[in-house]
Design a protein around this ligand. Sequence first.
Ligand code: AMP
Length: 468
Amino acid sequence: MAKEKKKKSFKKNLKIKKTKSAFFGVRKEADKPVVLAESEIVKTSKKTPQLVRGFKDVLPAEQKYFKFITDALEILAVDYGFEKIDLPLLEESNLFSRAVGKETDIVTKEMFTFETPGGERVSLRPEATASVARAYINHGMLNLPQPVKLYYNGLMFRYERPQSGRYRQFNQFGFEILGDKHPVLDAQMIILCHNFFKEIGLPVNVQVNSIGCNSCRKEYKVQLVNYYKTQKSNLCDDCKERLNKNPLRLLDCKEEKCAIIKEEAPQIVDWLCDDCKNHFVKVLEFLDEVELPYNLNSNLVRGLDYYTNTVFEIWPEGDEKRSQTALCGGGRYDNLIELLGGRNTPALGVSIGIERTILKIKELNLPVPERAKRDIFVAQLGEAPRRKSLALYESLRKEGIKICESFSKDGLKSQLEIAGKLGVRFTLILGQKELSEGTILLRDMEAGSQETINFNKVVKEIKRRLEQ
Ligand code: AMP
């Protein structure tokens, strides 16, 4: 009996695994919690869990790059009048299929989609523009003075084949301007991004195109499909499919045999209606005004359905393999808000790939600021000095002095080594002798000299020295 009871309570404490969530597809099993077998628990508890493929930890040594980029972009956000918006990582899946497009690579192959225990079908966000548009409608931003200028910074998730510059988890920093269709805004968005890369020292080139509005694009697509149909037997398998489902993406194919066919393809700029042509010409004139160099790229179509009119990307200079290395991409999406059930609202945006920018910064060895330096190290020898140092540390910190320590260490040698690595200017040393005399040692790390100072005057003295 007792044995039976024990068994029951053991079972109660077992971990349960829900099989309800099935990534990238239809739910396969019924909504039943599955009890792990005893043997399985032993096995899983011994094995160290690993990162999910394509996902990553950003370790302390990497943080300076993220900070460098984010700081530079946040300054630009303020300079150009953008305000921050934080968006959820998870959205209803249909937001992306409606906004990004049912036939796009992102929606058909790349979303992490699953069902919540409550039965909602949700996806980890593969991009954030759709969420910004949703938020604009949900929060009635239409009633704010237009345009509304927002920026975001955060993780995106795409189930792509992991390779250099292409991850399943990556960060994008994006800018969006909603509620205005003036071409000066398209130009300013490009200027802002160009300034960012210039200011961090990364040489880039700007690629611009216009893919027109729904009506002129429709006509162009007919021409494009007619042309490609004549070449069908020479196309790669993906392009054969694109021909039916997403013809604009034919221009985006990287296969060599398709690239040759692309050279003779009709160009969308020749099919733009008067309004779209005028808009594009004005954008280019604004760019000319600030002497921003750009390349008119008739093959630039972008992979998301919501784009209209101006589209652009920024590539690292001298880098032709843009699919792997485009640093940022953006454009107008004048129909998106209406498509999501809002009022007809023109808008545009861009998103900058942080990891890809970091790759390039590292490749070119660009200078990135190190963590803010510390000025003073507090070293201690013995239990009573350790206690006193702890309080001293608090007093120095309150005065705004940049300090550091390694209180759990005992020996002076190891503490001085740490102080040396941290590059401090002075180390304060408190031993038993100093404690009983009411003094403390001040060591000048560069000169290697040491002097005794009055403990009660240490804060004042340190401040004086640091000002010198
Ligand atoms: P997109 O949202 O596809 O227009 O991408 C905008 C930018 O995000 C690209 O130019 C890249 O810098 C970055 N990016 C897109 N997909 C990935 C990915 N899978 N891994 C890393 N960065 C990415």
